[in-house]
Design a protein around this ligand. Structure first.
Ligand SMILES: [Zn+2]
Length: 557
């Protein structure tokens, strides 16, 4: 009977309007503002501050929360239960602001408790991912194909009984395959899972939107993001615990046209269990760096674009000087890996703990060695250089491309050349190249282009570095692909480095505000090799390929 339905709908509308009008009048009576809860977003994080039975007994709902300020809808502010709940919120340090709301709109707000209970169950019940299941999956996954086989049954969503298990499988695989990041990207037809392996993204699986919806909620809850916030970027984190170690996972979400994209960065401490030898420093360069690390003061700078491994290098320096009796303090943004035996601090701009302020506080703690995550501004540069001149060994990074480029960059920041020159001991630059899979790499004669590139690099190379090279019979290796490297042909990465010593001659040069070209010439006179030359030596040793060197350092060739 459509006509009756129509009347019912109109009556419903009339009652709703009447309830809202009544609430507005009651608001005037009690002298508090009125709110139309049916038109207001209900923040589930706010709602859950009061349990559903308490909220119903007090005819109320907390519907918004901004830090400690709460917006609380009440049907009648004089109800004893409502007063009691408001007082208890105040005792917890909240500042509740009351709004008069209608009863039907409250019921609608209460109906959303069901969403929280599912969410609470997940957050309190199973927020800890299972170490046993993680380890189990890590054993099973040796290659991308293993992961694909294990994840396939879940890709449609229907088979997902415990979504934590799916997340565990993804993370365990990321760890087993040494992936640094997991990307989950909703696209038009499917949600694509990509792993960053040795710096390069590989598509490894897809999920349907249904399966992804479950996984997305699980990831957001685990990393303490707001479930109901979907239209802006969020950051979160969680810790994976296995019986061996703890692994930090940093999570970020970003709204996109087909849904939220998630990136999980897996900070596997295994990947920084590095010594100077493991970094890939040429023995000649290693000897120079070791000498610099023994000095009691001065600054060592590493440079390179994001993802070039410069932070890992600084951690290796810290590990090299980390001995009992040496006090090491860091300021990082953020702390990427925890190193036992040193004090690590993290930039917190909201609390005024910036690189510059943090560095001042650190200096009051009488450290021997300081790691400053990055020098971005003049203030930080000046404090760091001053520290280097007053008996501290300072490690830091600068965002520039070459070792020689460091000095012009500091001068650009308006640092005084008279301070730069004595403060800095050595600057380095680096990139990461993927290592050829030792199980499937193929030895070949170089092409004409490859031969030219190699010969050009060797021509200018200082004699001490090319002792090992047999220029007569140049052989190179190419990537192939086998089960051990998931058919990629590469496994793991190694640095290619260059360094530049600030010796007496360079100190004089710096005072004249030199160009990068002038400094490159000085570097050549010092008998240092360039990143490309170092890369070529690694090509000739079969560690990497010319293709890979060109991919990573092409602009410098
Ligand atoms: Zn292989």
């Amino acid at each position: 009977m459509p006509k009756n339905n129509n009347i019912e709908a109109k009556l419903e509308e009339f009652r709703a309007k009447e309830a809202e009008d009544f609430a507005e009048l009651m608001a005037q009576k009690y002298g508090i503002p009125y709110a139309d809860l049916s038109r207001t977003t209900i923040d589930l994080d706010a709602l859950k501050l009061v349990s559903q039975p308490d909220a119903e007994a007090g005819k109320m709902a907390v519907f918004q929360k901004t830090a400690k300020r709460l917006q609380v809808g009440v049907f009648n502010p004089t109800l004893p239960k409502a007063k009691e709940v408001v007082e208890s919120l105040q005792r917890k340090g909240y500042q509740p602001e009351l709004f008069l709301v209608s009863e039907p709109s409250l019921k609608r707000a209460w109906s959303r408790y069901s969403e929280i209970s599912a969410f609470e169950e997940m957050t309190t019940g199973a927020i800890e991912l299972s170490a046993a299941r993680l380890e189990d999956a890590m054993v099973k996954v040796k290659t991308i194909a293993d992961f694909q086989e294990l994840i396939a049954p879940f890709s449609g969503g229907a088979k997902i009984k415990n979504v934590s298990e799916v997340l565990e499988l993804i993370l365990a695989s990321a760890l087993a395959l040494d992936a640094s990041d997991v990307h989950l990207e909703p696209q038009e037809k499917a949600v694509v899972v990509r792993l960053r392996l040795d710096g390069v993204l590989s598509e490894v699986a897809t999920f349907t939107a249904t399966a992804y919806a479950l996984l997305l909620s699980r990831i957001k809850l685990t990393s303490e993001m707001k479930l109901n916030v979907k239209d802006r970027a969020q950051d979160g984190r969680f810790t994976l615990r296995t019986s061996q170690t703890q692994i930090e996972v940093r999570v970020s979400s970003l709204p996109g046209p087909y849904g939220e994209t998630i990136v999980m960065r897996v900070l596997n401490p295994k990947t920084i269990a590095l010594t100077l030898e493991d970094l890939g420093l040429h023995p000649e360069l290693q000897a120079i760096v070791k000498k610099e690390l023994k000095k009691p003061n001065g600054m060592i700078l590493t440079t390179g674009p994001t993802g070039s491994g410069k932070t890992t290098t600084l951690y290796a320096f810290v590990k090299a000087v980390n001995e009992p009796g040496v006090k090491i303090i860091t300021i990082e943004d953020p702390i990427e890996y925890h190193i036992p035996g040193i004090s690590q601090t993290q930039v917190d701009a909201a609390k005024g703990y910036t690189f510059a302020n943090g560095l001042r506080s650190i200096l009051r703690q009488d450290p021997d060695t300081i790691l400053v995550g990055e020098i971005r501004d003049l203030e930080t540069a000046e404090i760091a250089m001053h520290a280097a001149l007053t008996g501290h060994l300072v490690f830091s990074t600068l965002h520039t491309n070459s070792a020689a480029g460091t000095i012009p960059r500091l001068i650009d920041l308006k640092a005084d050349p008279a301070i730069i020159a004595p403060a800095i001991n050595i600057t380095m630059a680096q990139r990461l190249v993927r290592k050829l899979c030792p199980h499937c790499k193929k030895e070949t004669a170089p092409s004409a282009d490859e031969k030219k590139l190699i010969e050009d690099a060797l021509k200018k190379m200082p004699a001490s570095y090319k002792k090992e090279v047999k220029a007569k019979s140049i052989r190179v290796w190419k990537a192939s692909g086998c089960a051990r490297c998931s058919a990629i042909g590469y496994k793991g990465r190694i640095g290619i480095f260059e360094a530049f010593l600030v010796d007496d001659a360079v100190e004089k040069l710096i005072l004249a505000k030199p160009s990068e070209g002038d400094l490159r010439e000085a570097m050549e006179r010092q008998g240092m090799i360039t990143m490309v030359q170092d890369g070529v030596l690694k090509v000739l040793r079969g560690l990497t390929s010319v293709d890979e060197l060109v991919r990573v350092a092409g602009e410098d060739i």
